[in-house]
Design a binder for this molecule. Structure first.
Ligand code: TXA
Ligand code: MG
Length: 317
């Protein structure tokens, strides 16, 4: 059996070099011991992920960050203390423990402390056994929509995981629903590499620093490829439903926007937070229904709305 709710089983699997998909507050991650080069290599194979797309190391608590990152600027320490555990990833200068297999040969490493209680339990129990971090990319096929439930993981990777004796730890539906905000923390100023639930405004407020969005020579972020987070159906962004054609199509929009006749309503979230929470699941439902086109009216505004629109533009590309 691949899917379990037994944390001990998951911990034992990870400690013995097997893979285990774990729930986090953002999306499910396909985890492996960050100390085990063979297991890390299998994470890439399971996802069909190119080897030069670096992985995030997940740790249990703040005191473990220095195992992976040599030094963080003061603003990043303030941000970490305020936001972690939570949907934030910091990219810092790597220690020797952060191998080339994890960083894709780069001198920086991405680290995050997830807040999901099940992820916390797994990471803490492993730390007690001397395993100080888990690599965990989103547990989807490379380029596909990230998984926000154990079932999504099973659909994408179940066959591979089953065949190799790997596991999926079911911790329910992910609360945030969008991948973590990634912030480069090697300079005097924060640079956002991927938008997420922790917004530029949050970061400016906490650190007192103004935030940059791009910088020359910044390492690749795979979610920054133009086409990513994509379902099979064509995704078309519209500003109002008069642009929606009913032939074999679906609609994702805030609840106050009504559904044209003959169109399948994929989700009707009540808020921007709900929109993020239901986004990936709605895109996957569109594929389950074999829809040709998924129309989306993205939420307006900055912050989380902007992060949602960013993912949708890549899904639509
Ligand atoms: O919310 C999340 O971050 C989820 C959960 C499972 O924690 N994980 C996730 O992992 O989204 P993944 O691998 O799908 O996306 C991580 C991104 C990749 O786009 C990767 O390129 C970028 O982080 N990344 C990793 N290390 C990096 C580094 N040293 N410099 C720049 N980007 C890096
Ligand atoms: Mg991903």
């Amino acid at each position: 059996m691949t899917v379990t709710t037994d944390v001990k089983l998951a911990v034992a699997a990870l400690a013995s070099g097997r893979l285990c998909a774990i729930p986090t507050e953002t999306v499910y991650g396909l985890a492996a011991s960050a100390h085990d080069a063979t297991a890390v290599a299998r994470v890439f194979r399971a996802k069909s992920r190119p080897l030069d797309h670096p992985l995030i190391v997940h740790v249990a608590s703040l005191d473990q960050v220095s195992n992976w990152i040599t030094d963080l600027p003061e603003w990043a320490q303030t941000l970490a203390a305020q936001v972690w555990p939570g949907p934030l990833t910091l990219v810092g200068n790597r220690t020797k423990l952060a191998s080339d297999a994890i960083t894709g040969g780069q001198e920086t490493v991405a680290v995050r402390i997830p807040s999901h209680l099940v992820a916390q339990q797994v990471l803490q129990e492993l730390a007690e056994q001397g395993i100080l971090g888990l690599v965990a990319p989103s547990a989807n096929r490379f380029g596909h929509v990230s998984p926000t439930s154990a079932n999504h993981v099973e659909v994408d990777l179940g066959q591979y995981l089953e065949a190799h004796g790997d596991l999926i730890l079911d911790g329910g539906v992910c609360e945030v629903g969008l991948e973590s905000t990634i912030v480069l923390a090697t300079k005097d100023q924060p640079v956002i590499l991927r938008l997420g639930a922790i917004t530029a405004q949050d970061i400016e407020q906490v650190t007192g620093k103004s935030v940059l969005h791009t910088v020359d020579g910044v390492p690749r972020v795979s979610g920054a490829l133009e086409s990513h987070y994509a379902p099979r159906a064509d995704v078309i962004l519209v500003t109002d439903v008069s642009q929606v054609l009913s032939a074999n199509s679906g609609l994702l929009a805030l609840s106050q926007i009504s559904t044209p006749v003959g169109v399948h309503r994929l989700a009707a979230p009540n808020s921007v937070e709900d929109f993020a929470h239901e986004l990936y699941s709605a895109l996957r439902t569109g594929d389950d229904l074999n829809l040709k086109t998924i129309y989306v009216v993205p939420p307006l505004g900055t912050g989380l709305a902007q992060a949602i629109t960013d993912r949708l533009e890549r899904a639509a590309f």
